[in-house]
Design a binder for this molecule. Structure first.
Ligand code: 6PG
Length: 250
């Protein structure tokens, strides 16, 4: 279904989280094949949290029904907790354990956001320079990722853009570091200019604890909800299971 007031942005509802991940895996593989055919490479920023794990496991198992040219894929992250890569809270570790350790993506194609001991602000600046160099960005330009995967928090955050944080209103930097009181730690995140420059955004939303926030997002009642500010000129898909969609109007 179309999302009110957002032409080209769609919500797709599935019976189970597994069906959400299966659809996402097919879209990931399709977007990769399309970008690689057109430009010889595919750039993506992975989501953190717990929801994407099922998707990463499907991609690792090659269950997307397509052969992915992992050697032509470049892996970034949408956000990261400022913890060592081996920490159980690390979004890098989530993707490494579920996917990157199981597919033939070259190490030099993987760009972790946080390596574990640098000050958060320095890590954000360093990651921004990695983006500038990799994408060959002129001053003031944001990189156009082929695909950015995002989750949705119950409070409407996405990546590590939390309600009320300065990161949400950042309009110049590509990456920012901030202390997230609600999570008791520092986070790095891509900023909205980067999210909104993406060719395609896919939100993965599962579980009844996301029903209220998803209903607000889809109904356009998102106000200043960070996830509601993700409005790329390109395609935006919300893939939700029935539990997360239970508060939507029939
Ligand atoms: C993170 C994520 C964050 C996540 C949402 C949803 O680092 O935690 O980037 O934005 O996507 O909090 O998390 P769940 O998938 O665990 O519900």
């Amino acid at each position: 279904m179309e999302i009110r007031g957002r032409p080209g942005h769609r919500l797709l509802i599935f019976d189970t989280p597994q069906a959400v991940w299966q659809k996402a895996a097919g879209l990931f593989a399709g977007a990769a094949a399309q970008a690689i055919a057109a430009r010889g490479c595919f750039t993506t920023a992975l989501a953190g949290g717990s929801t994407p794990r099922g998707l990463y496991q499907l991609l690792a198992a090659g269950k997307d029904g397509q052969c992915i040219a992992w050697e032509k894929i470049y892996i970034f992250w949408g956000d990261e907790r400022c913890v060592p890569p081996a920490h159980t809270d690390s979004n890098y570790r989530l993707a490494y354990d579920a996917l990157l350790s199981k597919v033939a993506v070259p190490g030099h194609n993987i760009f972790p956001m946080y390596t574990g001991n640098e000050p958060p602000a320095a890590a954000a600046a360093a990651y921004e320079q990695k983006l500038v160099r990799f994408f060959g960005l002129r001053a003031g330009k944001a990189p156009a990722f082929d695909l950015i995967l995002l989750g949705l928090g119950q409070d409407g955050h996405t990546a590590s853009l939390f309600p009320g944080s300065a990161a949400v209103s950042e309009s110049r930097a590509l990456v920012t570091a901030s202390y997230v009181r609600a999570r008791g730690g520092y986070r790095l995140t891509l900023t909205l200019p980067v999210l909104n420059a993406a060719s395609r955004i896919i939100f993965l939303v599962t579980g009844e604890d996301k029903a209220a926030v998803l209903a607000a997002l889809v109904a356009g009642r998102s106000g200043t909800m960070p996830a509601g500010l993700v409005r790329p000129a390109g395609e935006l898909l919300i893939l939700a299971d029935k539990q997360a969609a239970r508060a939507l109007p029939e």
